[in-house]
Design a protein around this ligand. Structure first.
Ligand code: ZN
Length: 195
C-alpha cells in the first residue's frame, strides 16, 4: 500500500474554496465535491447551492417551512465507499439549519422584544433586517472522513442522496495516490467510479 502523502491537507480546503464562505459564488444546479485519499484515510466533501437542496436560499418564513428545510437537508447522508475497501465513517460534518439560519433571525421571531437588552444606535436598522430575504447565496456543505482497511480496493463511491436532488450536476475533484483527476456526475447519477 502506498502511504505516501502526495498533497498537504491544506489543498483540500483550497480546492473547495475555504474562503468561499465569506462570499459564496455558486451556480444553481451545480454541486462541487472532492474525494481525497491520503494514506488509509478517505475524505469526501460536498457543497451544493441550498436552492437545489431545499428550493430556496432565504430564511424559512415560518416553522412549517423550517421543518421542510430540515427534512430536505437531512437527506444529505454519508456516501458509501465500495465495500471491498473496508471503510468506516469516522467523522461527519453537514451544515445545520441553525448554522445557516439561526433561530433568532427568523421572521417568525419578530414578535419577541429584541430591543430590551441592547439599546445601541443601530438597533432600529438591525431589527428591520431580521425579516428581510437575504440576497446572498447559501450553500449546504458536508464533509465525511473514513478510515479504510483496504483503501487500494476503493474502486467507486456511491452518493445515494444525489438521487434525491435531481437538479444537481456534481463536479468531483479526485486526489488519489495515483494522481489527480476530475469526474462529472450527471443529474441522477449516484455512482462515482474511480477506476
Ligand atoms: Zn444561490
Amino acid at each position: 500500500m502506498n502511504r505516501r502523502t502526495l498533497l498537504p491537507l491544506v489543498s483540500f480546503g483550497v480546492l473547495l474554496g475555504a474562503t468561499a464562505q465569506a462570499a459564496p459564488v455558486h451556480q444553481h444546479g451545480r454541486a462541487e465535491a472532492a474525494l481525497v485519499v491520503e494514506g488509509d484515510s478517505l475524505t469526501l466533501s460536498f457543497r451544493a447551492p441550498l436552492m437545489d437542496i431545499v428550493g430556496a436560499e432565504r430564511s424559512p418564513a415560518d416553522t412549517a417551512e423550517r421543518e421542510r428545510y430540515r427534512e430536505r437537508m437531512a437527506k444529505v447522508t454519508a456516501p458509501r465507499p465500495a465495500e471491498a475497501a473496508g471503510c468506516e465513517l469516522k467523522d461527519e460534518r453537514v451544515s445545520g439549519l441553525a448554522e445557516l439560519f439561526p433561530e433568532g433571525h427568523d421572521p417568525a421571531d419578530h414578535d419577541h422584544d429584541h430591543d430590551h437588552d441592547h439599546d445601541h444606535d443601530h438597533d432600529h436598522d438591525h431589527d428591520h433586517d431580521h425579516g428581510d430575504r437575504h440576497a446572498h447565496h447559501q450553500d449546504l456543505e458536508a464533509t465525511w472522513t473514513y478510515q479504510c482497511d483496504h483503501i487500494a480496493e476503493l474502486d467507486a463511491v456511491t452518493w445515494p442522496f444525489l438521487s434525491d436532488f435531481p437538479s444537481l450536476t456534481t463536479e468531483v475533484i479526485l486526489l488519489l495516490p495515483s494522481g489527480q483527476g476530475a469526474r462529472t456526475l450527471s443529474p441522477g447519477d449516484t455512482r462515482l467510479p474511480l477506476e
